[in-house]
Design a protein around this ligand. Structure first.
Ligand code: G1P
Length: 302
């Protein structure tokens, strides 16, 4: 299949990072939840790296109070670099420098009130114009080798329509998600006919929950402009997607890859363990540690 005639490359990405992160208090009292590390990298860096890998060159952060560390993180750290250089720590110097990807711009705008995800995206509308754009929620860490946003962009290139990432979610948890329904269109791809934010279990239209990766065509911005408060009294991105369905096709893509819900303590711990088991510096010792700690002696295979 060739590239759609409507296709315009996706170069901009919005990262809504204004949330209070209250589920992680006291850790998030004065610092952003997006800066919490998984092994040795903050959550937001995983999301930015995924975006860079997918060809995004303009990163737009919708920030709030206590979020300055994010802007500092993606900036040159002269003093640190100087010290590392002086002491010959070249490998660490390389790691520090690589945080800021080459040929990529970073823009920060403030969402002065936390009125919901839809409102956060709308706050960045003037930086989007008439281009397609991605939205990434850093809380949803997806196994880096999966390139989840890259998978969505491949589909976008085929159809030129908005497309959102979904995954099957165990039934007791479905009420924490945006939930979609619609007929299968191609392998892993669904044509949306409904999307609901945080439905009751009995009202959920399917088991396919929205994961925090989206690609939108510009008309979503008009839907956001006329949005009414929805679930939880917030301006919900999900409701704008529902409104977009009456105007154009929207797809959902069941991406390949493991998603860690790092908006929850368990998800963050799981991500640290699983990525720690893959990290060259921690893999061996963590395996050893978990084996000794988790497997009771009676179950030890030896
Ligand atoms: C947001 C979205 C929801 C989506 C979820 C994925 O909810 O509103 O549709 O399923 O992210 O993480 P939140 O988790 O911010 O409440």
């Amino acid at each position: 299949m060739g590239v759609s005639k409507d296709y315009r490359p996706v170069r901009k990405a919005i990262f809504p990072v204004a949330g209070l992160g209250s589920r992680f208090l006291p850790a998030t009292k004065a610092s952003p939840k997006e800066m919490m590390p998984v092994v040795d990298k903050p959550l937001i860096q995983y999301a930015v790296e995924e975006a860079v890998k997918a060809g995004i060159t303009e990163m737009i952060f919708v920030t709030g109070r206590t979020k300055r560390a994010i802007a500092d993180h993606f900036d040159k750290a002269y003093e640190l670099e100087h010290q590392l250089e002086k002491s010959g720590k070249t490998q660490l110097l390389k790691i520090a420098r690589e945080v800021v990807p080459k040929g990529v711009s970073f823009t920060y705008i403030r969402q002065t009130e936390a009125l919901g995800l839809g409102h956060a995206v709308l706050t960045a509308a003037h930086l989007i114009g008439e281009e397609p754009f991605a939205v990434l929620l850093a809380d949803d860490l997806i196994s880096p080798q999966a390139s989840a946003l890259g998978q969505l962009i491949k589909q976008y290139e085929l159809f030129g329509n908005s497309i959102i990432a979904v995954q099957s979610v165990p039934s007791p948890e479905i009420s924490a998600y945006g939930v979609i329904s619609g007929p299968k269109h191609a392998d892993r791809l669904f044509l949306l006919d409904n999307i609901v934010e945080k439905p009751k279990f009995e009202d959920a239209p399917s088991d396919k929950g929205v994961t925090g990766r989206y690609i939108f065509t510009p008309p979503i911005l008009d839907k956001l402009r006329v949005l009414q408060p929805g679930a939880g009294g917030e301006y919900q991105l999900t409701d704008a997607i529902q409104a977009l369905l009456s105007q154009e096709r929207v797809f959902a893509y069941e991406f390949e890859g493991v998603r860690y819900d790092c908006g929850s303590k368990m998800g963050l711990l799981r991500a640290n363990i699983e990525l720690g088991l893959e990290h060259p510096e921690t893999s061996r010792d963590l395996h050893k540690y978990l084996k000794a700690k988790v497997l009771p002696e009676s179950q030890d295979p030896k």
